[in-house]
Design a protein around this ligand. Structure first.
Ligand code: HEM
Length: 593
């Protein structure tokens, strides 16, 4: 026993010494770069740190500010969005090096650095090790680099064509109809709206990318054969497997399979079930092909399946599974959470909601959604109040609050802004995690002026009062909410809005930009326009009258600042109760904020 204790102490002491030595070396390296740096006791992606944050953070939060303020805000992924631009303001620099034992991390909120980082695609690459958390079912396009990434992108992007977007459009309109019925008809239970939105976006991605219909209960519907007898539904298996992705990543496979703990069991069962549902999808495709059915416009599953039977270079089975998984993941949680944020924000800002409704009515007059077309109506929507609401929500509540990259074994040059505002090319040391802090870029006050007037009681980062869709109006430029609401300018095209390149990157940019950008914009436009054409959304209040409403608004604003964090994408972790009611013809919500 004595020997065990002594050996353990010796191992801990050696590790501590080794960590101190490494930290010392890293500080020397950081100094040489000339970038402003701060020291953190632990690297943001350290597995032990990731696994123990639930325990350690409440303790660290009790320490005085001077002990943690310089490093903690840039060391916890879940808090990146909430801190936004604050760490950069604190360090008075748009780029910061965070120095910890064994590893460096470079954080930037500078559009110049973001642009340059995206351009240098062979020097500054995806951190595949960190992203391997996504490879639950097999290798994925998202967590790969080099030749492998190029191959996966080539196979998967081909089907993201006009035909697919037409399908996304019609499918989203059809699903929005069901959504309206379910939102208006059912009781206001906590988490209900979020779940309904998740089901809709899951069903759209499932139908469009894989040709699989989903029942309103979340079950898989196949034409060619019966799916396996699942212990949980198609939808639940995905939702649970995705939610437990972190546990799957941190737990060795053998433990996950045999552990008596509930969290391990849930993760394991949902992973197994989702894998079986994916096999059902592939089997369905195999049978279709056997019957000689080759679609004119292939969907994503067609592309993956065809690649798997390519005689020259067949795509491995695991890569089909991995990529199905990552497209569902990319395709549903991002859109559903964006819609969730939008509906809460519209309920908090009735004046914006009524303008949006009036704009949709004016645009479509009496035309029914079933006659709306992707080729004509979608571009018009995207450049209307609908597009402005979506663009602004992705700015303030961008669902991926950071974009991670890394330098490889060689140091890589990167263009940075100095605190004085000059630009300088700096050599970033090898193996440095390089992070475009989207939530800070999108809140950099130099490019995105904030509202002067705040909702009473709203805490930092004031994300609700900064939300100003009309800043995207033609004549208003990047003005404050008050200015924009006063002006009634025409809408400018959102693709040529004149923001500084690199200052608005919700879908990233360049060779590794989001593959589903057009998919998401199409779906968001269709669902938002359909729902707002039919419904008004309000905050649920405790009683009648203005005071109750102001109270509900303040509570919602607090939650939208303090309870927002990341599991798979940025999401509201608590609930803001919402009520959807059918609009009478031509009647907009009472537009008083
Ligand atoms: C509001 C909706 C969405 C947002 C804000 C969004 C944002 C992003 C961002 C920022 C990236 C780059 C991530 C990185 O480099 O680490 C990305 C990548 C990706 N997105 Fe999206 N996305 C959305 C919807 C979708 C949809 C609907 C799909 C598919 C149907 C999709 C599929 C992908 C894929 C496959 C990648 C990986 C691309 C690669 O690594 O080369 N996304 N997305």
């Amino acid at each position: 026993m004595d020997l065990v204790i002594k050996t353990s102490i010796a191992i801990c002491a050696s590790y501590f010494l080794f960590a101190c030595l490494s930290l010392y070396q890293n500080v020397k390296t950081a100094r040489k770069t000339g970038v402003r740096y701060t020291i953190a006791p632990v690297h943001i992606s350290n597995k032990f740190w990731l696994g123990s944050q639930k325990l350690l953070l409440p303790l660290l939060d009790r320490l005085p500010d001077w002990m943690t303020k310089s490093w903690l805000p840039v060391s916890v992924y879940d808090r990146i969005w909430r801190h936004g631009f604050a760490p950069f303001a604190y360090h008075q620099s748009s780029t910061i090096l965070v120095v910890s034992p064994f590893k460096l991390a470079l954080w930037t909120s500078s559009p110049v650095a973001v642009q340059d980082m995206i351009r240098r695609r062979s020097d500054i690459v995806k951190p595949t090790e960190e992203l391997s958390v996504l490879n639950v079912h097999g290798p994925t396009v998202t967590a790969s680099e080099g030749e492998q990434a190029r191959r996966y992108r080539k196979i998967t992007t081909g089907c993201f064509s006009h035909a697919m977007f037409e399908h996304v459009w019609s499918e989203s309109i059809a699903k929005a109809d069901i959504l309206v019925r379910r939102l208006v008809g059912s009781e206001e239970m906590p988490g209900r709206v979020k779940k309904e939105l998740e089901l809709v976006t899951f069903a759209v991605v499932s139908q469009v990318c894989f040709g699989i219909s989903v029942s309103e209960e979340g079950e898989m519907i196949l034409k060619e054969h019966k799916p396996h007898m699942g212990r949980i539904s198609y939808w639940e298996s995905f939702a649970q497997s995705a939610e437990n992705m972190g546990i799957t990543f941190l737990t060795p496979k053998a433990i996950l399979k045999n552990s008596p703990f509930k969290m391990h069991k849930t993760a394991n069962i949902s992973n197994e079930e989702w894998a079986a549902y994916m096999e059902d999808m592939i089997e369905e495709k195999r049978r279709e092909r056997e019957r000689g059915k080759v679609p004119k416009t292939p969907n994503l599953l067609d592309s993956l399946y065809s690649a798997s039977i390519d005689p020259d270079e067949p795509l491995e089975h695991e890569a089909i599974l991995g990529n199905i998984w990552v497209f569902v993941l990319g395709g549903f949680h991002t859109s559903s959470n964006t819609l969730h944020f939008i509906f809460i924000l519209l309920a908090i800002h009735p004046s914006i909601q009524s303008k949006l409704q009036a704009s949709i009515d004016e645009f479509f007059k009496a035309r029914e959604p079933s006659t709306w077309t992707h080729s004509e109506d979608f571009p018009a929507f995207l450049n209307s109040h609908v597009g402005a609401v979506i663009a602004e929500t992705l700015r303030c509540f961008g669902v991926l609050p950071w974009i991670p990259k890394t330098t490889s074994a060689e140091a890589a040059p990167l263009l940075l802004e100095t605190p004085e505002g000059d630009t300088v090319t700096t050599m970033i040391p090898p193996h440095t995690l390089v992070i475009a802090d989207t939530s800070a870029v999108h809140r950099n006050p130099k490019y995105w002026p904030n509202a002067e007037k705040r909702i009473e009681g709203e805490p930092e980062p004031y994300a609700v009062s900064s939300w100003n869709p009309w800043r995207w109006l033609q004549n208003s430029g990047n003005t404050t909410t008050e200015d924009a609401l006063r002006s009634d300018g025409e809408l400018k095209s959102l693709s040529t809005s004149g923001w500084k390149p690199g200052s608005y990157i919700p879908f990233s940019d360049g060779a590794r930009a989001c593959i589903g950008k057009r998919f998401a914009q199409t779906e968001l436009c269709a669902v938002l326009a359909c729902v707002m054409r039919e419904c008004s959304v309000e905050l649920v209040t405790k009683g009648e009258g203005r005071d109750h409403w102001l109270d509900a608004r303040q509570k919602a604003a607090v939650k939208l600042n303090l309870d927002v964090g990341i599991t798979l994408a940025l999401e509201l972790k608590s609930d803001v109760p919402l009520r959807f009611s059918r609009r009478r013809h031509g009647q907009t919500i009472n537009g008083e904020d």
